[in-house]
Design a protein around this ligand. Sequence first.
Ligand code: HAM
Length: 420
Amino acid sequence: MSQKFAGVKGMNDLLPGEIERWQEVETAAREVMGRYGFAEVRTPILEDTGLFVRSVGETTDIVGKEMYTFEDKGGRSVTLRPEGTAPAARAYIEHAVFVKEPVTRWFYIGPMFRYERMKTGRYRQFWQIGVEAYGVKEPAQDAEIIEMAMHFFSSIGLSKVKLHLNSLGDEGCRPAYVEKLVAHLAAHRAELCPDCQARLERNPLRILDCKNESCRAVTAASPSVLESLCEPCRAHFDEVQRLLTLFGVPYALDSRMVRGLDYYTRTAFEFIAESPVLGTATAVGGGGRYDKLVKSLGGPDVPAVGFALGLERLVLLLAETGQKPLARPELFIAFTDKASQDAALKLAQALRHQGLWVELDERGGSLKSQMKRADKSGAKWAVVLGERELLANEAELKPMAGGDVRKVRLDELASALRSA
Ligand code: HAM
């Protein structure tokens, strides 16, 4: 008896044809982040549940509603990581990295898991490219990583991503702000949606980014966090803005942006894109400073700042620009008969050993069908091998995108393709 299975809802397969764009984004990320001094880390996908409860925060949607949590066979509660900042901090502390170096810059690329309501660009397994910089409390680090993200967007051809910036204050000034906010919101309790009424006790800051019309009307008139910053937080935020201007990075202040995770202090930011598929104002990334997290997880008092980008969303935006993925075969070799099939296989072998991406249709078939296949492969060039070409050691190199054919010697094909 056979049974057919479907993948788990909200978790996607990535197949050739689509994965090329992912690889392109990942390669560009590694390249750009490397230039800014970030080194790759890979942490496990499963962590102790307590790690996320303590860091992301008990009252957040992520911890309250969205985690994949279960008991393993040893009876421990483990969770599929919903984000990468807490696992990275856990590893940073566990390996006492701070003892070895005063400043640590890490990046990671990997899947995260949140049991969310799905729509385009929102999945239950999704990939993040994240960066975390430990050990620098200065605003220059905030500005540098933001500039790095903006540079990364433009390096992959996304020029329309907007930076939204806020400061959430710190333990010195935030409690007083939250008190003022709650006083304002409580006076309008009845106008808030049921979710926000519950948030009023549990997580009042989150009410600021509720999308509900009536909540927005209430919060529009609420006190702004930026007007409540203490002097050190204000100075830090001014300097972040000054440096972004120095780097030529435009930004929009957004005092309602509070982020969905509890560990932030001071700078918070989001990278927002508008697109027909993703809908208006979708975050392709977000991050901020979290100066107290490492200590609260049992580490030393080390400041940190970081961000994460959603890979699916980047890929969706890229597909919309109509840019073709860059990776495609250099050459497709077609052949006319059995003898030239051997020659084609040998030629493909030699060219591949010389570092070129070469395709051919091992099944043979008519020239017409092989050329169709060449077209589908996306190859830049095609060549047909037959008795005549083998005798003359010369063939015609045909540009697949159209244009004039060129005569090339078969033993000079590699250099001809390289200089073409
Ligand atoms: P986050 O804002 O929760 O931050 O997620 C970062 C990005 O991941 C989002 O802007 C979005 O592009 C993507 N993302 C989140 N949830 C989903 C989903 N269900 N489906 C598809 N994409 C999604 C964090 O996770 C923080 N750890 C960022 C950070 C790093 N802060 C400091 N360091």
